[in-house]
Design a binder for this molecule. Structure first.
Ligand code: CO
Length: 140
């Protein structure tokens, strides 16, 4: 397994504008981008945190996984994402070790990343994502 570093922390939010104001104006973090990721049906606000970033995720519709999360668990910490160099190879390696994968192959994520989620039942309750590449996360 070749996890290189923490890529980002994902937080599920209902009111993106209010939370952007909190992280940007109250905590003073640098807002890097706000973009939509149609594949996950989310709008994402990214804040730089050194080598890692904080991603605020709000659903674009009721079918979004974030909408279902908010309904069940409310706002708060949603997932941790680890940067890897070769996502398909890492997914194959984890599957070989018996890890339950939500995404068996890479999906498009924010900032040009390729991402895949591991099932929390294989990660002791922490929804975990692997991600590869991307202009904000992999290229620096
Ligand atoms: Co993520």
């Amino acid at each position: 397994m070749a996890i290189e570093r923490l890529s980002h922390i994902g937080i599920a939010v209902r009111d993106l504008d209010a939370q952007v104001r909190f992280y940007r104006d109250t905590l003073g973090l640098a807002l890097e981008a706000i973009e939509e990721v149609p594949d996950q049906q989310v709008r994402v606000a990214s804040f730089r945190l050194g080598e890692a970033s904080l991603e605020l995720l709000t659903p674009l519709g009721p079918e979004s996984p974030i909408a279902r999360f908010l309904e069940k668990r409310g706002e708060g910490l949603h997932h941790l994402a680890y940067a890897v160099a070769d996502l398909p190879a890492e997914l194959a390696a984890l599957a070989g070790k018996g890890v339950d994968l939500i995404d068996k192959s890479p999906r498009p994520g924010a900032a040009g990343q390729r991402i895949a989620f591991l099932h929390p039942r294989s990660t002791f309750g922490v929804l975990s994502e692997l991600c590869e590449g991307g202009e904000h996360h992999g290229g620096r």
